[in-house]
Design a binder for this molecule. Structure first.
Ligand SMILES: Cc1ncc(COP(=O)(O)O)c(C=O)c1O
Length: 397
């Protein structure tokens, strides 16, 4: 059987990582993968995670099986963190949750379950999109639609076009949004646009699915979920896919949450929970627990929690500083270049206005690697590399 296998379609992201791995230059720069690095290039282990890990071990943890829905205490903590402890959904809503292997696991599970419940539902994604986000839904056999979101050339958000496109949604369609720090553009809707999106959801009967992967990387832990909280308080149903990978720096531990939230009582709550449990069981049986167990400790123990907030604030401020200095360097190097979008945008990523030829030259001539659409990861850029990158970009013009 194996000899009959034909090659998979090339994935542009994977292809970039392959070229990067094969590049022998010692000064090559990986500005592609979405990981936070320190000035020297190390991937730090947050001190709050180190301390929680020590506590877990000293308290005599065991590693027995859990269940397909994973760690319920983790889901409770993550719901409080994303929605806020006083949110009406936590008080009177119906919440059906699973702890998943990262937000990736949550997105794939959401897609499968939605497809199973409503075969005609279509999923709507921003243009430009983080391609893997859409792949989870394509893989589950869902129909895909796109909405205009951001103009890569002018670096402007397309608020009107977005609303126009989304008015075409039908009841039961899934509107995929990013909680904050949109991947790949770093461009987030402002609070007015969140309110307008809420109205479109109410008018069309679509169901928002908010992918929260960068809480704390934009303006702050609370600020980054303000739009999502506003929407979640008004729409009848909302789906959350939350990642702990970036906010806690535990990428490979695979901790995330999927939550189906509904205002008021849901007479079908148990049926939905069983469907979710069965969907997970037949896919991966049950999620890993280690990351989730750490996060329960960090969020519920006041000292660890304030250490986490402090560390996350440091990360956010460092990224904002890198964005500011990169803007200045670019404006110095490139005549007439307006880099204000680099400071307006939030979190790890922005798409630089360089075309595919320039991007290829950046790789070949300067060993600077970014993802398709020139998505650059500011969280992997060292202060000492800013001039080098800005100069390289100016030379490829
Ligand atoms: C928007 C978005 N959602 C989800 C994920 C996946 O996160 P996780 O590591 O929790 O699977 C990412 C990772 O890059 C992301 O950018």
């Amino acid at each position: 059987m194996f000899e009959k296998i034909t090659a998979a379609a090339e994935d542009a992201t994977e292809a970039m990582f392959l070229r990067l791995a094969e590049d022998p230059r010692s000064d090559k720069l990986d500005l592609g993968i979405g990981i936070y690095r320190e000035e020297g290039g190390e991937i730090p282990l947050m001190e709050c995670v180190r301390q929680a890990e020590r506590r877990l071990i000293s308290e005599g943890m065991h590693k027995g099986y859990l269940n397909p829905l994973g760690n319920a205490a983790y889901c409770r903590e993550v719901l409080k963190l994303t929605l806020g402890e006083q949110h009406p959904l936590l008080r009177d809503g119906s919440l059906v949750c699973a702890q998943t292997p990262g937000a990736g696991g949550a997105l794939r599970t959401a897609a499968e379950l939605v497809k199973e419940i409503n075969a005609n539902s279509r999923a709507w994604f921003s243009d430009p999109v983080w391609p893997h986000q859409m792949d989870f839904f394509l893989g589950a056999g869902m129909q895909i639609q796109r909405y205009r979101y951001y103009d890569l050339k002018t670096t402007e958000r397309l608020d009107e076009a977005m609303i126009d496109d989304l008015r075409q949604m039908q009841a039961g369609d899934i509107l995929v949004l990013h909680g904050s720090c949109h991947n790949p553009t770093g461009e987030d809707p402002d609070i007015n646009q969140w309110q307008r999106l809420t109205q479109v959801v109410l008018d069309t009967g679509a169901i928002p699915l908010v992918d929260v992967a960068y809480q704390g990387f934009g303006d702050g832990v609370e600020e980054d979920v303000a739009g999502l909280r506003l929407m979640a308080a008004q729409v009848p149903e909302i789906i959350l896919a939350v990642s702990s990978s970036k906010s806690f720096g535990i990428y490979r531990d695979r901790a995330g949450m999927l939550a189906f939230c509904r205002q008021g009582k849901n007479p079908q709550e148990t049926a939905l929970r069983h469907r979710l449990r069965d969907c997970i069981r037949r896919n991966y049986f049950m999620p890993p627990d280690h990351g989730a167990a750490l996060i329960i400790d960090i969020l519920s123990e006041p000292k660890l929690r304030s250490l986490w907030v402090q560390e996350l604030n440091g990360i956010r401020q460092r990224i904002a500083g890198l964005r500011r200095d990169f803007r200045l360097a670019m404006e110095n190097q490139l005549d007439g270049f307006d880099g204000s979008f680099l400071e307006r945008q939030k979190g790890m990523f922005s798409c630089l206005p360089v075309d595919a030829d320039q991007q290829q030259r950046l790789e070949k001539e300067f060993g600077i690697y970014m993802l398709p659409m020139a998505r650059m990861n500011f969280a992997a850029l060292a202060q000492s590399q800013i001039e080098q990158v800005a100069q390289a970009i100016s030379r490829t013009r």
